[in-house]
Design a protein around this ligand. Structure first.
Ligand SMILES: [Fe+2]
Length: 365
């Protein structure tokens, strides 16, 4: 099975027309657009992932972001540690390798499920915390009045990177714009009002959180960079990485290696969309592992004298902390709805992070 690539252009063209109200009336929607929206929701449901092409976000935008992050991660440890804020629970700035713990390493229930999986679909077993660095950069406005005040921490900008703020913000806003289009299309596809999801995302604690993995030190096949886990946010998005290695699990339990075409973005479902759809769309399980394709990419990068840091350009889009997570619209009538009782998104995030020992960190396992 191959993930389809959804071109967002036709949808964006229609939704940009001020006189166009057909998007609010699902039944009047152009049949072709309607079937595109249905493909979005069906793919998210069956695979937990989606490849999209957004005309507002080019391969060059992704390159500019990755180039800067490679340059940053290549700096010596002593330099990067200046951007570390452990007393702020790593909510901003850099998280060094060896701090994030994969859920499959600590969650006993998950461990049992894994051992029951057919051998060929079982994830790689992490031997400890993830050997990847991460940088946390908040994107977008936050509410002035909230029950879930983020710590009052200034964004961290490393010295010698004058382009930092612009590059981070520009990539972050582009990623949020792409997620919003997908969230509208998915809502239509799921038979909900088009703004069912995005109205809950306003002022959410969205986080740009690129990772950096040093393939020079950890480039051996089977090394686990991110152990099997789901994301606790709403939807996660990234551009194409220069080194492959992401595996996802489809709804039917099959494991699949993801190949992101040049110029495309990859979206993955998180736990919050599972909650809002009463499990109709479940959080996608995934891992990042050094595979034989990663090793081939390392060989090529060495020949071309390119960086051996594997950078992901990840953004975690969240439901606003004060909004209530609960099955929306017709999903409230689902027989599984009772498994998803109402809970404030902020409280939900705190509960999830307590399990994985990263309380205060608005990211993912
Ligand atoms: Fe993840």
């Amino acid at each position: 099975m191959k993930l389809p690539v959804i071109d967002l252009s036709p949808y964006l063209e229609i939704s940009a027309k001020p006189s166009e109200n057909s998007l609010n009336l699902g039944h009047q929607l152009d049949p072709q657009l309607k079937s595109l929206c249905a493909e979005v929701s069906r793919t998210l449901r069956e695979t937990g992932a989606l490849l999209v092409k957004d005309p507002r976000c080019s391969a060059e935008d992704n390159d500019r972001f990755i180039d800067m992050m490679e340059k940053y991660f290549e700096r010596p440890q002593e330099f990067k540690r200046l951007q570390e804020r452990p007393h702020l629970h790593y909510q901003v700035g850099v998280t060094p390798e060896g701090v994030e713990v994969p859920r499959s390493f600590v969650d006993e229930e998950m461990k049992e499920k894994l051992s029951a999986m057919p051998k060929e679909f079982q994830p790689s077993t992490p031997m400890g915390p993830d050997p990847k660095w991460r940088y946390m950069w908040r994107v977008g406005p936050r509410p002035s009045n909230t029950r879930f005040q983020e710590l009052n921490s200034e964004p961290v900008i490393p010295e010698g990177f004058p382009e930092w703020k612009d590059t981070m913000d520009s990539w972050g806003y582009k990623m949020i714009a792409a997620i919003e289009a997908v969230a509208e299309m998915a809502a239509i596809g799921f038979g909900l009002p088009k703004d069912a999801f995005i109205s809950l995302m306003k002022q959410g604690p969205h986080l740009l959180a690129p990772t950096g993995s040093d393939l020079r030190r950890y480039g051996q096949e089977s090394t686990v960079f991110a152990g099997y886990h789901y994301d606790l946010n709403f939807l996660t998005i990234h551009g194409r990485s220069r080194f492959p290695g992401l595996n996802i699990w489809l709804r039917n339990g099959q494991k699949m290696e993801v190949k992101v075409p040049v110029g495309c973005l990859l979206i993955q479902t998180g736990k919050q969309i599972e909650w809002l759809t009463a499990g109709d769309c479940i959080a996608g399980m995934h891992e990042v592992v050094v595979t034989n394709r990663t090793v081939d990419a390392i060989t090529l990068a060495l020949q071309e004298n390119r960086s051996l840091w594997r950078v992901s350009s990840t953004l975690f889009a969240h439901i606003a902390s004060d909004a209530v997570l609960q099955p929306l619209g017709h999903f409230a009538e689902s027989p599984l709805a009772s498994k998803y009782p109402p809970i404030c998104a902020g409280e939900f995030v705190e509960q999830e992070l307590a399990v994985i020992n990263l309380k205060g960190n608005k990211g993912e396992p």
